[in-house]
Each structure stands twice: as C-alpha cells, then as structure tokens.
Design a protein around this ligand. Structure first.
Ligand code: NAP
Length: 456
C-alpha cells in the first residue's frame, strides 16, 4: 500500500498490509476493549473526546501537511478540516448523553422506557477525500455511544489512518477502543464476516457500497452507506445572479471537486442562462491550480493520477456528446495529477457529465425552461445526496425543497455537513444518517425495558 504525493508524483511511503492473523487479533482485542468501554461513564468518555479535540487542534498544521502530501489537499483547507473534526468531537462529548438518555413511554406497564445500548465492534470503511473528517464524523458519535471502532481507510492515505489512531492514543483512550487496520479493499469481506464485527459503515463510491452492503446483508449486519452524489443546484429566474455564480463556483471546487456534496450539475432558468454561463466561466478561468502548499493556490491536484484520467475521460466524452467546453478540459504537462477548472455548458441528460458523478473540478451547466423542468432535471439522477436552490422567494423555496429527491436542500447557500444536522442520502447515494442525534442512534440497540406491577 503506497502513499504517492499527487502533486509531485513521488512515492512517499510504502506500507505492508497486516496479515489475516494480525487483523483477527486486532478485532478480538477491540471486542475485549468494548466490554470495559461500554461501562465507562459518559462523563469519562466525554473527557477523553474533548482531549482528542485538543490534540487535533494542537497538531492541525502538521496534519494538514500530511493531507497535502498524501492526497493533495490545499493547506488552509486541511487546517479547516482538522478544526471541524475537533468541533465534532466537542459536540458529541457535550450532547451524546442527552441524545442517548432513556426515553420514558406511557404504556400498560408500571414503567416502560427505551434505552440505547452500544452494539460492539463497528467497521468503518472510509475514503481519502476528507481523510480526517469522514473518520471523525463516524468515530465521535460511535465511541460516545459506547461502541469501539476499527478503521479500514483508503489505501492511498495510510499515513492519515495511523495518525488518527495515534490521536486517540495520545488523548488517553484505552487501547483498541479505536484502531486502524492497514488492509486492501479485497480483504474487507473477511472483516465484515468476522463474528465479532457487529455493523459496518462505508463512505465511498456506489459500487463499493453495493458490495459491502451485499456482504453485510448476507451476515445480517447493519450498514450505513454514504455514497456518491451528483448534486443539482437550481438557479431560478428570480435568483440573485452574483450570489448564485459565486456559491456555485465555490461549491464545485471544494477539495478540487472531490467532494460527495460538491455541486455537480447547475440547472439554470432560461432567462438567466447566458449570463450565468458567461460569469461562471470567467470565475473558473481565474482560479489558480497546482501546489497545495502554496497559499496562492485555489485548488490542488486530484488525489491520484488514475482518478484525474477518469475525470478527463468523462469531460472528453461529454464534449463529444455535444456539450460546449468553455474553460479547462486539457491535462497539463508535468508530473502529478493536476487538472484545470473545467466548464461544460449546454449539458443534457444522456451526456456523461449529466448521468455520472464527476469527482473533480468539472462543472456541467444545464438550461431549464421553467421551474417544473428544473425540478424534473434535478431528480433525473441515480443519486440523491444534496441539492441547492437559488431564489428570492422563501415560500417557493420551501415548496420546491420538498420536491427534490435528496438528503438535504440548501437555499441560497452551498450544501455542507454540520455536526448539529443529519447528513446522508437517498437512492444510490446510500442510506442511514450521520451526525446529529440521528447519526448517533444508527449503531445502537434500541431496547425496550418494561416493568410489570411493582413487587411488594
Ligand atoms: P471508493 O473507491 O469506493 O473507496 C472508498 C473506500 O472503500 C476505500 O477505503 C476503499 O479501499 C474501499 N473499497 C473500495 N472498493 C471496495 C470494495 N469493493 N469492498 C470493500 N471496500 C472497498 O471511493 P473513493 O474513490 O475513495 O471515493 C470517492 C467516492 O466516495 C465518490 O463516489 C464520492 O462521492 C464518495 N463519497 C461519499 C461521501 C458521502 O458522505 N456520501 C463522502 C465522501 C466520498 P481502497 O482504497 O483500498 O480501494
């Protein structure tokens, strides 16, 4: 398993995968740790999670450099990612006990209530694009609920995986409450089938989700899946055009376009279409791309050269299918995996940029005759993760928000995750929710406790 710097193309580190026997030992150790951890009071778990937040804040610059080296994230974005992880730890340290407090229910019993018990060892299969955030948004609620976690991180970010394990150790967590396993994806099946693994969460592509869910289903183990997206941003004819352009540009280029909730399809009402396309292309052409460690860089390289080549193929295919290329669209000379901000206009259903998820800095702009067509185009996707609307009419926004098939709809703003609000998708974007009180209840046994008449 190799870490390759995507800006320079140089191999930074090679990691030897752990043997099946080592993996088995680690899962057994995690299960043993679970039996004490589940009885550890909330206050103590919270103290440790606040301590993890402090470690993250102390090490944010060093961890941002690690992300820049392993997957090309621009340094300032890396620092923000670590700060967000720390906030998520604080959030669950402060609120988990309340989210999981017994809920009393009036019934025929003398007393009856619902309790939330942890499940045990949870396997987390995670992607490279937000190598800390994706893991912490799983780990913070799961550990506070009394579960223990084993992480199978993406093969290109083994350094981040080991750093996360170290952060929990440095914060004082008991050994094996959280561990990173260095294994390739072909060996995930065996881990899912391990009798001591109780549930699985995967953040990644739809094919990986399908495979993991199939295996877990055959073992009757619960899964939460956070998969791909092709988020539609609807710019209606009464929108503030400049706000829409700026927000749509920013959202498409988050993390060099490698975000599940980056805006991918821009559906613009006919009266604004020509002006939107022109302003959008101007903004894209002004973005500097390249060295993630240079403060002047807007977007860094893509995480791997093979992923960059895949994005370029989708762009070329869309142009061949009749879209207009207004910016970018060519692989720059030199080593590494850079790709320029790319604008495709006049995109239609049936074209690659409309039908597929493009995981890179390429925007697809689509014209819609009216509101009904805009909604129909937004929903004409196998995905349903996030969506955004631009309009000055609040009532109209609330009405359209309910028509959109997505896990979240943002109005006059770009889609983002927030520890206080649920996050997840519908259709091929997955199922289950992370974050908020909904996320922490995904991996618990929702237990009914019934008291008959009090005994004398
Ligand atoms: P990926 O190839 O699916 O990899 C994600 C993780 O799954 C990695 O740890 C990978 O391990 C593992 N994996 C891949 N195939 C597997 C299989 N058949 N069985 C078990 N594990 C498997 O996805 P990616 O290219 O890294 O990430 C991009 C995708 O993730 C995009 O579609 C994006 O939209 C989605 N994503 C979704 C969210 C969300 O919250 N909804 C967030 C971020 C990303 P290896 O690295 O060893 O292959």
């Amino acid at each position: 398993m190799q870490s390759v710097n995507p800006y320079t193309g140089e191999t930074i580190h090679t990691y030897a995968p752990e043997s099946d026997e080592q993996v088995d030992q680690r899962i057994r150790a995690a299960d043993r740790a679970f039996h004490d951890w589940r009885r550890t009071p909330f206050a103590e778990r919270a103290r440790l999670l606040h301590s993890a937040a402090a470690v993250l804040r102390d090490r944010k610059r060093e961890l941002a450099v690690l992300m820049a080296d392993e997957m090309g994230k621009v340094l300032r974005d890396g620092v923000s990612e670590i700060e967000k992880c720390a906030s998520c730890c604080d959030f669950y340290a402060n609120h988990a006990q309340g989210f999981l407090a017994n809920q009393h229910v009036d019934s025929d019993a003398a007393d009856s209530y619902v309790a939330f018990d942890p499940l045990g060892v949870i396997l987390a299969v995670m992607p490279w694009n937000f190598p800390f955030w994706q893991v912490f948004r799983f780990a913070a609620p799961s550990l506070m609920a009394g579960n223990v976690g084993v992480l199978k991180h993406a093969s290109n970010v083994c350094g981040c995986a080991l750093a996360i394990q170290e952060i929990f150790e440095q914060a004082g967590f008991p050994q094996h409450v959280f561990g990173a396993l260095l294994v390739e994806s072909a060996r995930v099946e065996k881990i899912i089938r391990h009798p001591l693994v109780r549930a699985v969460t995967l953040t990644g592509s739809t094919p990986a989700g399908r495979s993991v869910a199939g295996i877990a289903g055959s073992e009757l183990k619960k899964t939460v899946l956070e998969l791909g997206g092709s988020d539609a941003y609807l710019v209606l004819e009464d929108a503030d055009l400049e706000l829409a352009v700026k927000t749509c540009v920013q959202s498409r280029l988050i993390n060099a376009g490698q975000s599940c909730i980056a805006a991918k399809r821009f559906i613009v009402a006919s009266p604004l279409y020509a002006r939107f396309v022109q302003r959008y292309a101007e903004e894209f052409k002004a973005i500097r791309y390249g060295d993630p460690k240079d403060d002047a860089t807007g977007i860094g390289p893509l995480a791997r050269a093979d992923l960059r080549d895949g994005v370029h193929d989708q762009v070329q295919k869309t142009v061949q299918q009749g879209a207009r290329l207004l910016a970018g669209g060519a692989i720059p000379a030199g080593p590494g995996a850079c790709y320029p901000p790319t604008v495709l206009a006049d995109v239609k259903p049936g074209m690659a940029a409309f039908d597929e998820e493009i995981f890179g800095p390429a925007a697809a702009i689509i014209e819609a005759a009216d509101e009904d067509q805009a909604i129909a185009l937004a929903n004409r996707s196998e995905y349903g993760l996030g969506a955004a609307l631009f309009t000055r009419d609040r009532a109209r926004a609330d009405r359209i928000a309910r028509e959109i098939e997505a896990g979240s709809v943002f109005v006059n703003a770009f889609v983002k995750s927030d520890a206080r609000l649920p996050f997840g998708g519908v259709k091929h974007s997955g199922y289950g929710r992370e974050l908020s009180s909904f996320g922490i209840r995904e991996f618990v046994n929702i237990k009914t406790v019934w008291h008959g008449a009090d005994q004398p």
